[in-house]
Design a protein around this ligand. Structure first.
Ligand code: SAM
Length: 479
């Protein structure tokens, strides 16, 4: 196999037969180096973001002047907004593939819209009979790997697709023949394992979905040496650790704040592989993410799980936790935490106005969840960390700074325990914490936290990224 360079720092290689292709360093890469930059082959904004962001550069728009915004709307679908004329012109070429889709009568579905846009965009794309082997170097989306759906899942997808198709097809030129089922399935099977959720890095809100041909070559590790960041729709993959020549460069496909059984299950069901990274192979490693509090109130130390729903004897005070009642209560609070996280996700924080009914409802359920967790789960438990992070973000978004600070208690310690010190999530957490201190008028704490955050942000995001710049501006203002 001839390995070809992708950019100047990495080359496509074959790590092993299970992983397919991957990328490895062709020279030593220092932490903080941009390993690869990529523009999307195709991208879309989520429905609730359509009126909030420029359809081309994805910048958040100020919606103060509605008549101004209307003049920059797409006149045909009236769903996509641009920040100025230049973006409108630049975005026209891409928008023509989805303009009609957005005029459809069917309820929008992000995955089906991306799938349809992709097929429309690649009309010249001919399905090549695959012999199951991957080409050495991907130059078009046809060369990406795919994940074979079960027959049942294929039928389900096709029925959803045909329903969605009815909604927009009447708006398209009549000579366009219906998409072949094989074309739909093949495109979907590539999209599911190769597409990226695009983030607004300042809020960590998911704003859309995109497919990058070159960046699709990065394999996954739960302890990655690279991270990816967005500037609009442009994606940069950056080294967060020193990478030796010949070493594989990996990103993480999912949140590292989940214990390994949950991470591995998600990776299996979405991407079709069983993760064998060092973190997943060390079964004891993530146990603290599943710990309950010792019920002895003068102890409260973490007690490790032994098997589904059952816990060990507390090693500090030797209290036994054997009751079924206790394990049922733990499962209930874990399930409630997941429900609350889902609810927060659905209510897209940046689209609801402060002091609205939503605000109160979300605040109430987050507080209730924190209360219920506090009697049973140890602060290192993944549900506690994830709920506290959400609560911190939600309260900050509504300007409830004291409550946001309260929600942040114990999170940094837990993050440091579970994540590697270079993990961008720690940098992002510190930035959010500094913003809370700043809004509470505590300049000393703001500067203290920013001093830790800025070097980490420079590595993960780069000096010129908006997130790093924001941290530096805050440092100037508070010093
Ligand atoms: C985005 S693609 C990565 C590039 C892919 N290896 C290729 O050859 O095109 C994702 C797919 O790569 C494989 N993969 C990625 N990380 C892996 C890992 N840690 N272990 C096994 N397979 C992995 C899985 O098949 C997964 O669905």
């Amino acid at each position: 196999m001839v390995y070809k360079k992708m950019g100047t720092l990495v080359e496509v290689f074959s790590p092993d037969s299970l992983k397919g292709r991957g990328l490895r360093a062709v020279s030593t890469i220092q932490a903080g180096t941009c390993v690869l930059e990529d523009e999307p082959y195709v991208y879309i904004l989520n429905e609730e973001q359509l009126q909030l962001r420029c359809g081309h550069c994805l910048r958040a728009l100020s919606l103060g002047n509605t008549s101004e915004v209307e003049s920059k709307n797409c006149k045909s679908c009236k769903r996509v907004v641009y920040c100025n004329k230049a973006c409108k012109v630049a975005g026209r070429k891409e928008h023509r593939y989805e303009c009609k889709l957005l005029q459809g009568k069917e309820k929008d579905d992000v995955t089906l819209r991306l799938l349809t846009k992709m097929i429309l965009k690649s009309k010249n794309y001919e399905l090549k009979k695959s012999n199951g082997t991957l080409c050495e170097f991907p130059s078009s989306y046809r060369d990406l790997c795919s994940f074979q759906l079960s027959t049942k899942a294929q039928e389900h997808l096709l029925s959803l697709f045909r329903c969605y198709e009815k909604g927009w097809r009447s708006k398209l030129r009549s000579h366009l023949s219906p998409f072949r089922s094989q074309e739909v399935l093949d495109t979907y099977q590539k999209l599911t394992i190769n597409s990226f959720s695009m983030y607004d890095e300042m809020t960590r809100t998911i704003v859309g979905e995109a497919l990058y041909i070159r960046a699709s070559m990065f394999n996954h590790s739960c302890e990655p040496n690279c991270t990816f960041v967005f500037e609009g729709s442009r994606l940069s993959v950056r080294a967060i650790k020193r990478i030796e020549i010949g070493e594989e460069c990996c990103i993480s496909y999912m949140s590292s704040l989940l214990p390994s059984p949950l991470r591995r299950e998600k990776l299996r069901s979405i991407y079709g592989f069983t993760c064998q990274c060092p973190r997943c192979l060390d079964s004891a490693r993530d146990n603290l993410m599943l710990c309950v509090k010792c019920p002895n109130e003068s102890c409260l130390d973490p007690v490790l799980p032994v098997q589904d729903g059952f816990f060990q004897i507390c090693t500090t005070c030797h209290t036994e936790i054997t009751s079924l009642e206790h394990s049922t209560a733990v499962s209930r609070v874990e399930a409630f935490s997941e429900e609350v996280l889902e609810e927060v996700k659905k209510n897209h924080r940046d689209t609801v106005e402060a002091n609205s009914e939503n605000d109160n409802r979300l605040a109430v359920i987050l507080k209730q969840c924190l209360r219920e967790q506090s009697t049973l789960l140890h602060p290192t438990h993944h549900c506690v960390m994830r709920i506290r992070l959400e609560a911190m973000g939600t309260f900050s978004c509504y300007g409830h700074w004291k409550e946001a600070l309260e929600a942040s208690q114990g999170v940094l310690e837990a993050l440091r325990l579970h994540l590697s010190s270079e993990d961008p999530y720690i940098a992002f957490f510190l930035l959010k914490l500094s913003i809370i201190h700043y809004n509470l008028g505590d300049n000393t704490k703001t500067c203290e936290v920013l001093e830790q955050a800025i070097p980490l942000l420079e590595t993960a995001y780069g000096d010129n990224h908006l997130v790093t710049q924001h941290a530096k501006d805050l440092q100037l203002k508070s010093s």
